[in-house]
Every structure is written in C-alpha cells, then in structure tokens.
Design a protein around this ligand. Structure first.
Ligand code: PNS
Length: 180
C-alpha cells in the first residue's frame, strides 16, 4: 500500500463527468472541507460513446477549477481501487443525490471494499438545488433547446454551444446593460 502523500489527504472523486455539472462541483467543494486535495478522475471507457472526449472533459475541468491547486484532474482505466491505491488515496468520494442513487452506489462501494478493504468510500450530498441535476439530463435539455444556465459552469454551456454549432447567447448582464 502506498503511503499517504506528503501533500496531505487525497480523495479520488471518480466519474464520467460528461460534462461536469454544478452538482459535481458542489461535491468537490464539500470534499475539500474534509480532505486536503480532491482529484477528479475521469473513467476512460472505450465502450461508452461520450459527448465530450476525455481530453475535452479534462480541459473543461481544468478551466473550471483554475486557480485552486487543491482540485486536481486525471484519467484512469481499469479498476478504480487500483487507481486510488496507485495515487496514494485512501478515500473514494461520491455524491448521492437521492435514494435512487443509493442502491447502485452502495453496491459499488461494497464491491470496491471487497477488492481493496484499505480504501473507504465517502458519500456526500449536494445542495438540494442540485438533487435533480445529472449530466445526462443537462445534455438532453440542451439538445432540446432548454435553458441549462445555473446547472453547469459557464464553460460547459459554451462548449455545448460549440459542440452543437449553436450561437452562444449574450450574457444576461450584457443584455440588461444594453436595455438601459
Ligand atoms: O459518473 P459515473 O458514470 O456514475 O461513474 C461511474 C464510475 C466511473 C465511478 C464507475 O463506473 C467505476 O468506478 N468504474 C471503474 C471500473 C471499476 O472499478 N469497476 C468496479 C467498481 S464496482
């Protein structure tokens, strides 16, 4: 087992992050109140067809967490517990939005514990205002022309417009200023 890093406690926050939402960011911030560093680890899953490539997702997260050295981003493939062990993390951080998340998360946590009992899973709840937010729904709403402002960081909204070739609407503040 690798020793805990000299740079303090590290929690790995794994996921697809396709794309990152404000709910994920809420979990990162809560995680930082318990751990010195939170590393968002993007699963490289060759079977899934994500909207954003792994490189794009890394770049988006980097841009979102710019200026906070306690937030890290990385990619991994294979078993999550092996990755956590390799980077010296003792904790896997996951968000639970609702009871419906719990069953799958509980199953994963117990399987991960069986695979490596030295690594603990810590669940955190995002703010209630994000309890219905998921990457899948954000993409669906965006594709159907719905508003996603406030559900994702502005960089995600910009990247979604670029991906679908839709015009980026002027920021509300700019519009208000012009009206005066
Ligand atoms: O954001 P997601 O898609 O809910 O994240 C799921 C993720 C990446 C946490 C999960 O699929 C995972 O850990 N995959 C790595 C493979 C692994 O370790 N599988 C056994 C764990 S039960």
């Amino acid at each position: 087992m690798s020793k805990p890093s000299r740079r303090g406690s590290l929690a790995v926050f794994p996921g697809s992050f396709d794309p990152i939402t404000n709910g994920h960011l809420d979990i990162v911030h809560r995680g930082l109140s318990l751990f010195d560093r939170v590393r968002m680890a993007i699963l490289v899953n060759l079977e899934k067809r994500p909207l954003f490539t792994v490189e794009e997702r890394v770049a988006i997260i980097r841009e979102t967490s710019r200026g906070n050295p306690r937030v890290e981003v990385d990619t991994f493939s294979g078993l999550l517990v092996d990755y956590a062990e390799r980077v010296g993390a003792r904790v896997i951080l996951r968000g639970i939005r609702a009871i419906s998340d719990f069953e799958f998360e509980f199953q994963m946590a117990l399987m991960n514990r069986r695979l490596n009992p030295r690594i603990e899973t810590v669940f955190m709840m995002p703010a209630e205002s994000y309890s219905y937010v998921s990457s899948r729904l954000v993409k669906e709403v965006f594709q159907l022309g719905g508003r996603i402002q406030g559900l994702v960081p502005p960089v995600v909204e910009k990247r979604l417009h670029e991906k679908y070739g839709t015009p980026i609407p002027p920021r509300r503040t700019a519009r208000l200023r012009r009206k005066r």
